[in-house]
Design a protein around this ligand. Sequence first.
Ligand SMILES: Cc1cc2nc3c(=O)[nH]c(=O)nc-3n(C[C@H](O)[C@H](O)[C@H](O)COP(=O)(O)OP(=O)(O)OC[C@H]3O[C@@H](n4cnc5c(N)ncnc54)[C@H](O)[C@@H]3O)c2cc1C
Length: 302
Amino acid sequence: MALFDDLVLRTLPYVPRPIMWRVAKRYVAGERLEDAIAALVSLRERQHPGIIDVLGEDVSGEAQSRAVVEEYKQAAEAVVAARVDAYVSVKPTHLGLRTSESLCLALYRELAAFCAARKLFLRVEMEDHTTTDATLRVFEALRPDFANVGIVLQSRLKRTPEDIQRLAPGPLDVRMVKGIYLEPAQIAHTEPEPIRAAYVECVRALWQRGASVSLATHDERMAAQCFALLPEFGARKPRYELQVLMGVMEHLWARWKNAGHTVRVYVPFGPQWQPYSLRRLRKNPQMLRHVMRAALGLSRLG
Ligand SMILES: Cc1cc2nc3c(=O)[nH]c(=O)nc-3n(C[C@H](O)[C@H](O)[C@H](O)COP(=O)(O)OP(=O)(O)OC[C@H]3O[C@@H](n4cnc5c(N)ncnc54)[C@H](O)[C@@H]3O)c2cc1C
């Protein structure tokens, strides 16, 4: 990354919230549940199923973690009431993973049962490498009791091919991502090509073990490399869909949809949009420069 972009990134947390919001809003449905449901309804009109995410992470304390579960239950109820095809996606540290793994597991259990009763799927998301072991333990503990729960795996991490082999046999649903967290070179690929190559190999290994895979990416070339694996499986057709982030590469969604793929859109909402939006902006240097110019009063954001 260029020196200027790096500098901009470091100063971003100090940019006034109203200025940040003007760019963050392309990645986030809004602050209220109604905003997320409106976005999902509008996506349904364009034949895109969705994923609903209550923004937030690194919650500590039982009361706060329980409050997050209640927010997720309301979101699940609203999805059912609106009759949209969507599922819920939850970060482990939003359910207090960093402070109590056992409470986090208990809360995932409660939410998984709530979702199962409404025929909804629940995704356990993956955060930075300090949480990977605990997240996989939580997921493995949920699997025997809940067929409606899936996990996320990151091709950036060198450990992931082994994690795929270590996961217990049985039905498996994985969202495969490159990984948004910048990780140390000892444990992670840091260059784009090895991350891509590892992604395609992980997808192959997952399909070999019969897993259903969500290809969560906006990398058209890499997705094509995954599609090129399909003939290897002959009549054992692998199960997959594409997943994309709200506000990112919309022209690609249409292209994939028109080619006959299911393209599911991730719709995050809630007042805690800053950390999520900062991670997204890091991927969009042009937008970063706009934010900085606006923060310095040198230009206006649209
Ligand atoms: C549905 C979904 C769920 C995810 N869940 C997780 C998770 O649980 N854990 C995790 O670590 N990561 C998650 N991610 C993020 C993922 O790890 C990647 O960081 C992200 O998808 C960008 O990588 P890419 O595969 O799209 O490839 P890239 O090479 O980063 O991008 C491909 C193309 O998309 C463009 N692009 C990508 N992001 C942006 C952006 N923000 N703004 C503008 N253009 C952009 C790039 O410029 C490039 O042209 C998720 C991604 C998706 C789509």
